[in-house]
Design a protein around this ligand. Sequence first.
Ligand code: NAD
Length: 483
Amino acid sequence: MTIQAKNYIAGEWVAASDASLDINPSNTQDVVGEFARGSVGDAQRAIDAAAAAFPSWSRSSIQLRHDILKKAGDEIIARKEELGRLLSQEEGKTLPEGIGEAMRAGQIFQFFAGECLRLSGEKLASVRPGVEVEITREPMGVVGLITPWNFPIAIPAWKIAPALAYGNCVVFKPADLVPASAHALSEIIAKAGVPAGVFNLVMGRGSVVGETMLTSPQIAAISFTGSVATGRKVAQSCIGSDPMKKMQLEMGGKNPLVVLDDADLKVAVECAVNGAFFSTGQRCTASSRLIVTDGIHDRFVEAMTERMQGLVVDDALKPGTQIGPVVDQSQLDQDLSYIRLGQDEGATLVQGGERLTRDHPGFYLSPALFTNVDNQMRIAREEIFGPVATITRAKTYEEALAIANDTPFGLSSGICTTSLKHAGHFKRNSEAGMVMVNLPTAGVDYHVPFGGRKGSSYGPREQGRYAQEFYTTVKTAYTHDGN
Ligand code: NAD
């Protein structure tokens, strides 16, 4: 019998009438834990608690907010091995990746602890004599945070930390597949001294907990990260609710990595392998489309397949594992069906794409590489969200750039080249929110904006000081001083 891990509502740990089992994708016989699955009532109580806490929290001292966020950040970093292990166990990324993600979450809390002390405004002269104008930022109110399963601690951190730093109260709904990391993070936030109601965790289904948040008039803003399909529903609900909600949507990607003839082959292969397959390819910034010019194409394919054959796919917690399992059966089915589709569409599967068996039953898949891929094929247009990459040939840099931009998405892009001219041109002309030169398309800093264009993102950027665009609203005040 496992003990149900509870939701955190109004400063108390609260059991739910329903629960879900969190299963280790590296070993489906291993149950990570049993977690509360919140009801509409649980979500509503959390929203009420956050609304009640807002007047006081929004006026709380910036020193108090700083101290709470700093304490949470310090504890996450001090416990990064333990948190990273839990994360790898429930999500399937390798232990070093899990520890790295936990570390990142701690750094984000520490960064926003500092930002509490840096909130500034502007004072301007008025166009009218005797009048002064002040521009200040105020918190939004209660914010609803809805997160995906692929970064179970970093994405919650990069929403919760700025929300609290700028004086908002939070209702946090993590993805159903990864409640353990969310629960551990929430325990740390509660222990750091956040007042009752300011931060609430409600684990549960999107259709129950998420929908309650989307339709609540007490929630002023929703920050969502997940698929395009759910993002569209979130947007419709935010517009349909009264009053309309501010929203920030971070969604899918189909990120191109261009490899030019003049690229350093080793650098290009490392960027492609890391970007496409690390974290089992389950990153919104994954380099799922490799666009390679004629002069280096064959050498690149040969070097890639050789490098891929050496990749160790195994239990996420096993020392030496480089690629962990896919997160669950349904994601594995999706990956395998796209691999079949790629073959049906006429692309050549040159490496991987096979279901693997290991010591324990788990969702193991060897990283798959397709060549002869036309950019109009579905495997080149739709987000697969697994360890599957495609190679499309281009004759020139100009053609490669055009292919890179020919996508409904626009999150991240990259180029491998030793030409300053092409690197500069690509940075200016790539239609993506983040552009990498001689780096994988995935892997970003935490103190600078994160987000994309076109179908990948909607609304203000996340992270760094740009986060304040979403988590605050601007007030313009005029004073006539009588002189
Ligand atoms: P998902 O859309 O299935 O779920 C995301 C969240 O929305 C979950 O918490 C889910 O429970 C909730 N949800 C589902 N239905 C809902 C509803 N009707 N109302 C309210 N909430 C609802 O996405 P996922 O499978 O968890 O994550 C994978 C996706 O996330 C991929 O498309 C990936 O590209 C994207 N992603 C994007 C970024 C980014 O920053 N752009 C980062 C990571 C992941």
